[in-house]
Design a protein. Structure first.
Length: 426
């Protein structure tokens, strides 16, 4: 019996791959929610009104060997006897579930910095379907919104609330939007686009206090009092690892330490998703959780799988404007831009990183179609390709779709200008 705790991206694909690798293996999934899988990354679309809550809830594929316990909360893990204790949230009954192997996929929970007033009515985090409903309902009578944190969720929520007609201010403690994935020279284009959409932006300042009696009335930002009637906090997450404290090795931030097989310090427990630190660090992306789930599933059923270093391919979008990145910085960079196609006014800006020997290291791109260029770079990084593989690749071309001399070629060629190349193979 393999027990999976948590039915997010990791839990879903772990169960799927267990069934693929060993059809006879029995699986039991324990989930606190009343519904099965859902897409947290789609919450801004719900708030915007593009889709409904029901659209982001997805049924789990039925399987005779998979049992799902919904509305059950794990309260204890007995690692010595290999028993999970789960509380039925309807009846209060404690159920004991035995396991041979355990896959821990409890994810993470929103973290709010210690700002005075953060517990007032009208302050929201963004994580669950219920959060989406609460924000959407509150926004119906709100006029001015403050969004704290200019990462993916913060920017997307600011755009969603602006589309609902609210006056929106986006505040980021660091110096530009998407500070963990974009350089300043690329991020400036994102800031320009946000302002075009009517979103006010403030960088390098912090929210010091949220004012009001029971409800939000205003906030003090960088020493200045500004009126707001709702606040959305997008200030990061912390790992949900309390159940394993003292039972497996955690780092100083509470992330579960795993090896390249997604195995914890307990040989019978695997951990995946937003709550883990692999030998390559912490990468909290759905695509990474999916690959981790596959590795854990194969190994928990007696197979042999290891996790390669992830590229961290990332994309966020507000409207049709995309912000994408992959990999890391290198010794040399090249930047460029091109129009979406010869007849479009829309622009894609791209920056490519490589080492001095030409090895691709990473890339950043913004604009409509940015993610498709980043995906190309991601695939080539995985193969250990060179920057000239990008510059000279055979890319499909049609003037209704793209430029012949596309941004990806321009940026790659500009990086090559900083290299000494003895022989060209085109």
């Amino acid at each position: 019996m393999i027990v999976i705790i948590g039915l997010g991206t990791g839990g879903l694909y772990a169960a799927r791959w267990i069934a693929m690798h060993n059809r006879n293996e029995k699986v039991k999934i324990i989930e606190k929610r009343s519904y099965e899988t859902y897409s947290p990354c789609s919450i801004p679309l719900v708030v915007e009104g593009e889709i409904g809550e029901e659209d982001i809830i997805h049924p789990f594929p039925k399987s005779k060997n998979v049992e799902i316990l919904l509305k059950h909360e794990v309260v204890e893990i007995d690692t010595k006897n290999k028993i999970v204790e789960a509380k039925d949230l309807d009846s209060g009954e404690i159920k004991e579930v035995n396991y041979d192997k355990l896959i821990y996929s409890a994810g993470a929970e929103p973290w709010i910095p210690p700002i005075e007033g953060r517990d007032k009515k009208g302050v929201f985090t963004v994580r669950t379907v219920e959060d989406a409903t609460r924000i959407k309902e509150w926004a119906k009578s709100a006029k001015k919104a403050l969004v704290v944190g200019a990462g993916a969720i913060g920017v997307e929520m600011a755009y969603a609330l602006r589309k609902r007609g609210l006056d929106v201010t986006l505040v980021e403690l660091l110096q530009w939007p998407f500070p963990t994935v974009l350089d300043k020279d690329i991020a400036k284009y994102v800031d320009e686009k946000l302002k075009e959409e009517g979103i006010k932006t403030r960088y390098g300042v912090k929210v010091e206090k949220i004012l009001g009696d029971e409800r939000v009335r205003a906030a003090i930002i960088g020493g200045e009092e500004v009126e707001f009637d709702m606040v959305v906090m997008s200030t990061g997450v912390r790992p949900s690892s309390k159940l394993l404290q003292g039972k497996v090795e955690l780092d100083d931030r509470g992330f579960i330490m795993v090896d390249e097989r997604m195995r914890t310090s307990d040989e019978n427990i695997y951990a995946i998703g937003d709550c883990v630190r692999t030998p390559y660090g912490v990468i909290q992306l759905a695509t990474t959780a999916l690959n981790q789930a596959i590795v854990a599933a194969i190994n928990s059923t007696g197979g042999d799988a290891t996790l390669r270093k992830p590229n961290g391919a990332f994309v966020s979008a507000f409207g049709d404007y995309e912000v994408a990145s992959v990999g890391e910085r290198g010794e040399i960079s090249g930047r460029g831009w091109s129009r979406l196609n010869p007849y479009s006014d829309e622009k894609i800006v791209m920056k490519i990183y490589a080492d001095k020997d030409g090895t691709l290291r990473g890339a950043q791109a913004v604009g409509k179609g940015a993610s498709s260029r980043i995906d190309i770079v991601s695939a080539l990084i995985r193969r250990g390709s060179k920057v000239w593989d990008l510059a000279f690749m055979e890319k499909s071309y049609c003037p209704a779709v793209c430029e012949l001399y596309d941004v990806i070629k321009i940026a790659a060629e500009n990086a090559m200008r900083r290299m000494k190349i003895e022989k060209y193979e085109i």
